[in-house]
Write a protein that binds this ligand. Sequence first.
Ligand SMILES: NC(=O)c1ccc[n+]([C@@H]2O[C@H](COP(=O)([O-])OP(=O)(O)OC[C@H]3O[C@@H](n4cnc5c(N)ncnc54)[C@H](O)[C@@H]3O)[C@@H](O)[C@H]2O)c1
Ligand SMILES: O[C@H]1[C@H](O)[C@@H](O)[C@H](O)[C@@H](O)[C@H]1O
Length: 338
Amino acid sequence: MTLKLGVIGTGAIGQEHIRRCSKVLQGATVVAVSDINLEGARAALTRLGLQAEVYANGHDVVNSPDVDALLVTSWDPTHEEYTLAAIAAGKPVFCEKPLAMTAEGCRRVVDAEMKFGKRLVQVGFMRPYDVGYRALKKVITDGEIGEPLMLHCAHRNPTVPESYTTDMAITSTLIHELDVLRWLTNDDYKTVQVVFPRVTSKSHARLKDPQIVLFETQKGIRIDVEIFVNCAYGYDIQCEVVGEEGIARLPEPSAVQMRKSAQLSTSILTDWKDRFIDAYDVELQAFINDISNGTLTGPSAWDGYAASVAADACLKAQESGAIEPVTLPPRPAFYDKA
Ligand SMILES: NC(=O)c1ccc[n+]([C@@H]2O[C@H](COP(=O)([O-])OP(=O)(O)OC[C@H]3O[C@@H](n4cnc5c(N)ncnc54)[C@H](O)[C@@H]3O)[C@@H](O)[C@H]2O)c1
Ligand SMILES: O[C@H]1[C@H](O)[C@@H](O)[C@H](O)[C@@H](O)[C@H]1O
């Protein structure tokens, strides 16, 4: 049976996900879309050569009898509302990160899902589906470098628009590390501090860039993450795990090595769309397959909540400059993995 999807938000990643669900993946078709920019939504469908019902209001997509499941790919502050609406309609929903703007908002989603009694939410944390991160996790869990002691990470974007503010470095960018590093180390955060280096001249008035975020985990691992969203040179994700017996590094995306004009070079990607293209395919195919198998298994509303608990502490640490506690309540049995 083909799963009929409704997509709310037809901007950059909305269009990417519509394309992959319609043209790359198996078992789903996009039957309805919505965007506050209606013309943009229509133009996106035309560009992709697709036909779907276009609604002015996202809630009409959620409640359409033609729609079996939702993809929420609109702006960050709209995610909670549409995800709660999908749960109220009893429909599975893939919600792009962050699940909500605060831990409190994520908790409302968790509570609504638990009240419904069955998992309906997958959060768009794609890095656990990335082949490089999976290989890195295997090295760690196989004990090849001994117990992890330190992680050195970087999340660099070439540039961001003026609408991107200091807090978004946490809620929209670091949120990926907040999820994937918990998954990678099988650990939770205990404290966090945010340090601001000299600001790049390429930044905007409302953005302090770069930032360094320092964590201590419950097991005592120390993690530093550099967030640098106007790094200029490319889209670059780094993760190095220092263990008791050795060091493991996230593989670079494969690229052709060139020898030319007395230079040895490999190119660096510039766009998240390309860096994680395979991971997005795998995460959404898993969502589609899991729905037909009756149980969602991907990043859960609890994972979205856990990341946002840490994000709230990071926001506090941005303001205070102090070391702030990260307090995650115990995970309800509802979210135990099968
Ligand atoms: N997982 C990832 O790596 C990844 C990558 C990019 C974006 N994202 C997330 O996806 C979301 C979209 O990001 P984007 O880069 O595509 O942004 P974008 O600005 O290109 O697109 C967002 C779209 O949402 C629409 N929109 C805003 N409010 C709406 C509402 N109430 N109802 C319907 N549509 C609405 C906007 O008009 C716009 O077309 C963001 O939450 C972002 O954090 C995730
Ligand atoms: O929404 C995007 C997306 O999540 C990218 O993966 C991240 O690198 C960007 O910083 C963020 O703004």
